[in-house]
Design a protein around this ligand. Structure first.
Ligand code: ARG
Length: 576
């Protein structure tokens, strides 16, 4: 149950009954301090101002119309007209017990929507690098969250699998084959292969000519070229999959809907945009002029959708892709997890999409942008030599560092166990460090921070989970065998229960705003509430129903942490 949403509804209804205009926001929030109750409604002041009445008096009228007798033990007016709501202990305890015995922690499913999520989207014949890491990790966390809420999620990996670069890549493949090389093996260093092809293209006119010829053949559907192209795509996918698997990212080959998916739609789209009067011939190219965007001279900006040589562009593909997602996939909502530097590109494509009527307004197209990953020096994350960091190398380094850390601690783990713990902690750290930051800002990649057992980090959260598992071990009780009910006698017990019941709010927020850091913040607060509880309320040394109740709170905390981390794509360990 989403307590905040429920209170919001009830207070809003009471406000309307007290004379507020229909639809006035109750603005119920979690209270910042315990003295302000568990929740606070802030909407009264705004309405009172509009109505021209005294806010505290209006707040009283709202209270006269508000019945929270079951949920709250105290509702009071504070300051200029805030309404502070103190939840009832018995009611909270009952909700917590219900969450504990429910397989989804009593999180209600939402009315299912078909939601397409565009994420990861690396490019063929290029290694995945750290730039694709953010899209992959953040997108996957949101995908998991949306599925948990019952939505029909379509993962769309918009692989960069088309473009004129394939001419030179195919030409280089053919060249190597003629030299008798086994190409499938040789391209294992894709980045190097790409660079080599580019150099040949730039420096060898004959090679350039051959490459351009292959582009034409590929575009006209030549079987031989298509075969070569497919080979390149497959090698790339295999390499990417290794990264996805290491990171527990839920993408598979089935989710690939690369740029080439839309090729057959492009001529029709250009013709249609011309017919609708949106696109015009301009100096041999086809261009859409947008009043919404001005160029340097203050004139409508031109978006090229077909080049003079007949070729199509990244924007043309994104126009087709949005149309396809609505028409063929029946998307009701489309989320794009793409670098913020592509914002204008997307906005221009979507302006055209809306003007052409390809996707109706009620289907939201959302750019969930993210900033860059920076090194400790505040500059874009690079290798020491200044090159882009291969994702696979980054993950190797994470494992090595985590292993050193785990190995340096006193423990009775075998080498093999240590390896397993190190890998789990390493992948979690790389992911969590990214997920826990607000995605729209650039973020600093810092090994020491992310592997720290203190602060809002993966090791801290994983350890918080493991610690509770060890309490049950020591108690010799399995969480399934607990009896009795949760009783909230101590202030810390109540604070913990209140936090536990905010899980659904965090889940829904991530789903709505595509901001996984909200789940991280929630889990971090939850772990903090558990620590305070654990310090103030002994578990193992307590007796009878108190012990059962505290163990129940501990069990619910462990399950909530595990579920929350799972939605983020982070694995837990029973021992570490
Ligand atoms: N492949 C692109 C890149 O590496 C990202 C594609 C994002 N998705 C999209 N629909 N444009 O920058």
């Amino acid at each position: 149950m989403n307590i905040q949403a429920l209170l919001n509804e009830k207070v809003a209804a009471a406000m309307t009954a007290a004379g507020a205009p229909e639809g006035s926001p109750a603005a119920v929030r979690q209270s910042a301090k315990a003295q302000f109750g568990d929740y606070q409604a802030n909407g009264v002041m705004g309405v009172a101002k509009k109505l021209g009445c005294n806010p505290r008096e209006f707040a009283q009228k709202v209270l006269d119309n508000l019945d929270l007798s079951e949920m709250a033990e105290k509702v009071e007016i504070a300051g200029p007209g805030f309404i502070n709501i103190f939840l009832n202990d018995a009611w909270l305890a009952k909700q917590a017990d219900m969450a504990l015995t429910d397989s989804r922690l009593a999180v209600t499913k939402e009315a299912p929507q078909t939601i397409v999520v565009d994420y990861s989207a690396p490019n063929v014949a290029k290694e995945m690098h750290v730039g694709h890491l953010r899209s992959t990790i953040i997108g996957d966390a949101v995908v998991r969250t949306l599925e948990f809420l019952g939505h029909n999620v379509i993962r769309a990996n918009h692989l960069g699998d088309w473009g004129t670069q394939f001419g030179m890549l195919i030409a280089n493949m053919v060249r190597k084959e003629q030299d008798g090389a086994d190409v499938s093996m040789n391209i294992s260093d894709l980045e190097g292969f790409y660079r080599e092809s580019k150099i040949l293209y730039d420096e060898d006119p004959e090679f350039g000519e051959t490459a351009r010829n292959y582009v034409v053949r590929l575009q006209s559907g030549d079987e031989y070229c298509k075969e070569k192209w497919k080979q390149l795509v497959e090698i790339t996918l295999k390499q990417n999959q290794r990264n996805y698997d290491r990171l527990s990212v839920s993408l598979t080959d089935k989710d690939v809907m690369g740029e080439s998916t839309y090729n057959s739609m492009l001529p029709g789209i250009v013709a249609d945009l011309k017919e609708k009067g949106l696109a015009v011939e301009d100096d041999g190219a086809v261009v859409v002029f947008l009043d919404e965007y001005k160029n340097k001279d203050g004139e409508p900006m031109g978006v090229i959708i077909q080049k003079r040589d007949g070729g199509y562009l990244y924007t043309t593909t994104d126009i087709a892709c949005a149309k396809y997602r609505y028409e063929n996939l029946n998307a009701e909502r489309v989320l794009y997890f793409i670098d913020s530097r592509q914002h204008q590109h997307l906005m221009m494509a979507w302006t055209i999409v809306r003007k052409a009527g390809y996707v109706p307004e009620e289907v939201s197209l959302e750019h969930h942008a993210f900033g860059m990953m920076l090194g400790k020096d505040g500059k874009p994350f690079k290798t020491r030599a200044g090159g882009t960091v291969r994702l696979a190398d980054l993950l190797d380094e994470a494992e090595e560092r985590a292993f050193k850390l785990i190995d340096s601690k006193e423990s009775d783990f075998t080498q093999e166990e240590k390896r397993h713990i190190a890998t789990t902690v390493a992948m979690a750290s790389v992911k969590y460090a990214d997920l826990s930051k607000h995605r729209t800002t650039d973020y600093i990649f810092d090994w020491d921070n992310m592997l720290s057992f203190e602060g809002n980090t993966a090791p801290y959260m994983q350890y918080a989970y493991t610690r509770i598992a060890s309490i049950f071990n020591k108690a010799g009780i399995s969480p399934e065998d607990l009896e009795g009910n949760i009783i909230l006698a101590d202030e810390k017990e109540k604070a913990l229960a209140s936090k536990l019941l905010q899980f659904e709010e965090a889940v829904q927020q991530v789903a709505r705003e595509g901001l996984p850091h909200m789940m991280c913040s929630y889990l971090y607060e939850l772990a903090g509430a558990f620590s305070s509880f654990y310090e103030a309320c002994p578990i193992l040394n307590s007796e009878g129903e108190t012990k059962q109740s505290r163990l129940r709170l501990a069990a619910l905390t462990a399950r909530t942490i595990k579920q929350g981390l799972d939605l983020l794509g982070i694995n837990t360990l029973d021992r570490m």
